[in-house]
Design a protein around this ligand. Structure first.
Ligand code: NAG
Ligand code: NAG
Length: 748
């Protein structure tokens, strides 16, 4: 629904003024009829890897938001994008006049698909456009062909990304990685969330069309808007919320919580429809304004954490739909998921959360069941083409009841969004879900998104945020969490000025900087409190690196590999001062038992982190290991590297080169073995090698010999993590990205 009906001809769609010129130059139009009515398909956008590209159908069926033939339900437009080895089936949407963010149009004949390619080269598209009663939510297909678009095909060429810095378009899509607990960008860079959870009604903003109950103006952030950044409609709205994003990005925040509907909930000011509960009719201009905001967030390295329902409205669709008996699955929900995925699924930094406090037996009597959660998750993940994070939030006391049935490979849930009532329980409860999900065979991305009580108060009340840092931030990090998001109870519907928590962002950013600047491979480290003496102390570790956190300082005694050299250094997690390691030195570990590393350099009874790294272990590079798009699908058995089995005790090659498909019996292998790759004769190349095991990076070796578990001064470390069963092993050149892959079956 438009607040401003007058067309605004000069305003570009989805582009800043500068970009529209580039877009126009890149526009490719495919006329699909030469008749009087001009119908054509145009592809616009930068056409670079990880950038949104737009496929627009002009001269399609005319529709209006309120037309008797509901354009949302009675058409199904889907485009399939393919390139060698990849296929994305993308739901598309009706876009009114195609410029609704600016014009406020409620009617028109423009239809649109948003897609972000993830490899360079030639991509093909193929349009499916059907009409028929409720065809949008009929997954089985059906419907009559919409002429002349249905069946049209075309292609476009995708170049490398030219973005750098925080811009997600230079890093690629954030996705969960099989077998891992953290999100990773397509370029190989791992992601630790530093998020803002409050206000939950981030989208309840007065600058969007049809948001009459908006609680937010974000007036103090208007000054953070910059020339060339988005503003929409004739009166150039949106500067304050765009400014708020700019401020958060500058403070190191990389994720923002947003609910597309707060109807019947706490804030009651946000809905995606033309009317407050009109769940069959979407507000095209409002949604395209949200789209401008989200695209801006993507370009500034701030992910959208889209939380699809609130505990008070988790049954909203089902209750309003007279075709659904209690606890069912309404078509209105299917439509809601489709409209959101169609409009925002292309973002690099989007994470989906099925619902807030879902399943809580509160007074609202709106309670989804296990069956519903499984059905909703299955439907959503089948619709969402890219495999983005799909998580779920629930009430603190309900975690066990709600999450347990969703563990394991049987459901598509890839993460949990924890609410923890007592701050001192953050570490323990994070560990609980990290371990439970791993035991069930599919580690979840576990994020601490809401803390109990009053939440994190503004700096004016708690300038140092000591308890947030100790219990929550470091409690979560050392338990293997994929990040934290800060909740502030008194501001959860009313927070207007994010600068009120400047010190909170700062103290969180310090932890993020430690991980980044000291190259802590947190994605390949596990919770390991047992390595450090003292019940209150925590550790995250792998065989080479240990990150210890001492909430109350004191002497650190740590279990290290016997008689080995380690580099140690202290990190001050509190505010102020440098982020460099203090008291850095090399120590020799004890021949047995615990090694006394020593005490913090000052303020010895305050919290300190201690980073311990085995001498000679190679640290992963700070820069993404793969700055070009993922390599094309491997040509099995060829490529730059050959694989060998090495006896770790003698450092000698005992088997190989291994065939493209090979069975290795554990009983035939040396007790301690490793895998080595050697550049094939005649293959030129330089740089290091990244070992990828079942799709996840296992290790990066900077220099030859390239060994999967590393080596030091002629000593080969055994590959202790070798899995049993079928394993895909890849070696990827860190320069150029060429790869060799073999399929091994390790019979243990
Ligand atoms: C990236 O390339 C586009 C054209 O495809 C150009 O408009 C833009 O300015 C370039 N951006 C950077 C940061 O180089
Ligand atoms: C294998 O490595 C372990 C220590 O990692 C060592 O104790 C053992 O002697 C090595 N060799 C064999 C044949 O087990």
């Amino acid at each position: 629904m438009a607040r401003h009906g007058a067309p605004f001809m000069a305003a570009p769609i989805r582009f800043t003024v500068a970009a529209v010129i580039a877009a126009a130059a890149l526009m490719v139009a495919v006329p699909v009829v030469a008749a009087k009515k001009t119908s054509y398909i145009a592809t616009t956008g930068e056409k670079r890897v990880w950038h949104p590209m737009t496929l627009t159908l002009y001269g399609g069926p005319w529709a209006s938001e309120s037309a008797a033939k509901n354009p949302f339900m009675n058409y199904r437009l889907t485009t399939t994008f393919t390139t060698s080895g990849r296929k994305y089936v993308v739901p598309c949407f009706w876009a009114a006049d195609g410029r609704a963010a600016h014009s406020g149009a409620t009617a028109g004949s423009v239809w649109r698909c948003l897609f972000s390619p993830d490899v360079t080269g030639l991509w093909r598209w193929s349009v499916s456009f059907k009409s028929g009663t409720n065809v949008a939510v009929r997954s089985g297909g059906g419907g009559a062909s919409v002429s002349p678009f249905d069946g049209q095909t075309g292609s476009f060429w995708v170049r490398k990304s030219n973005k750098t810095g925080r811009d997600f378009r230079g890093k690629g899509r954030l996705r969960p990685v099989a077998g891992k607990r953290h999100l990773r960008h397509d370029n190989g860079e791992w992601f630790m969330k530093h998020g803002a959870d409050s206000p939950e009604n981030f989208l309840g903003y007065s600058g969007f069309d049809n948001t009459p109950k908006a609680r937010h103006h974000y007036a103090s952030h208007r000054r953070d808007w910059r020339g060339g950044h988005p503003a929409w409609a004739k009166d150039r709205r949106g500067k304050a919320i765009i400014g708020a994003v700019n401020y958060l990005a500058s403070a190191g925040v990389n994720s923002v919580y947003a609910m597309p509907m707060t109807v019947g909930g706490d804030a009651k000011d946000t809905w995606p429809w033309t009317t407050e509960r009109g769940m069959w009719r979407y507000d095209v201009s409002k949604l395209s304004q949200w789209g401008l905001l989200f695209d801006h967030m993507d370009a500034h390295g701030v992910a959208v954490h889209l939380v699809l329902s609130e505990t008070e409205n988790e049954e909203l669709f089902e209750r309003a739909d007279r075709n659904v008996k209690g606890r069912g699955f309404s078509d209105a929900r299917r439509l809601y998921y489709r409209e959101l995925v169609a409009r925002f699924g292309h973002l690099q930094g989007i994470t989906w959360n099925l619902g807030e406090e879902n399943g809580w037996l509160d007074g609202s009597r709106q309670v989804n069941t296990d069956w519903q959660r499984k059905a909703f998750l299955a439907h959503f993940s089948a619709l969402e083409p890219y495999g983005a994070l799909l998580s779920l939030h629930t009430y603190p006391a309900d975690k066990k009841r709600v999450y347990t049935p969703l563990l394991g490979k049987a459901t598509p849930l890839t993460g949990v969004s924890l609410q923890v009532a007592g701050w001192p329980n953050v570490h323990k409860e994070t560990l609980q879900w990290v371990h439970a999900s791993r035991r069930a065979g599919k580690p979840w991305v576990v994020s601490v998104d809401e803390i109990g009580g009053k939440g994190a108060l503004p700096d004016a009340q708690t300038p140092d945020h000591d308890q947030e840092r100790r219990d929550v931030l470091w409690g979560a990090l050392t338990a293997g969490a994929a990040g934290v998001e800060w909740y502030y109870q008194a501001g959860d519907q009313s927070l207007e000025n994010f600068r009120g928590h400047a010190n909170l962002w700062k103290t969180t950013d310090r932890a993020m900087r430690l991980l980044r600047e000291q190259r802590v491979p947190y994605w390949a480290m596990d919770p390991a409190d047992g390595l450090v003496e003292g019940k209150r102390n925590w550790a995250l570790a792998n065989s080479d690196v240990i990150l210890v956190y001492l909430p109350w300082g004191g002497r650190a005694r740590v279990r290290l590999a016997p008689s080995s050299a380690y580099k140690v250094g202290w990190f001050d997690p509190r505010l102020g001062g440098s982020t460099a390691l203090r008291g850095a030195r090399t120590i020799q570990s004890a021949a047995r038992g615990l090694t006394t590393v020593g005490s913090p350099p000052w303020k010895a009874n305050r919290d300190w982190a201690l980073l311990i790294r085995r001498e000679g272990s190679s640290s992963p590079p700070v820069v993404p290991v793969r700055s070009s798009p993922p390599a094309p699908p491997p040509v099995t058995g060829s490529g730059p590297f050959a694989f060998y089995v090495v006896d770790a005790d003698t450092a000698k090659v005992v088997k190989g080169p291994l065939a493209a498909r090979v069975t290795l019996r554990r009983s035939d292998l040396p007790t301690n073995f490793s895998i080595r790759v050697i550049r094939r004769k005649g293959m030129s190349g330089s740089g290091g090698v990244r070992f990828v095991v079942n799709g996840a990076t296992e290790r990066v070796e900077g220099a030859a010999p390239f060994l999967i578990a590393g080596d030091w001064k002629g000593k080969v470390f055994p590959w202790k993590k070798a899995p049993c069963g079928k394993v895909t092993l890849a070696a990827v050149a860190t320069v150029g990205g060429a790869r060799s892959t073999i399929e091994a079956r390790i019979n243990c």
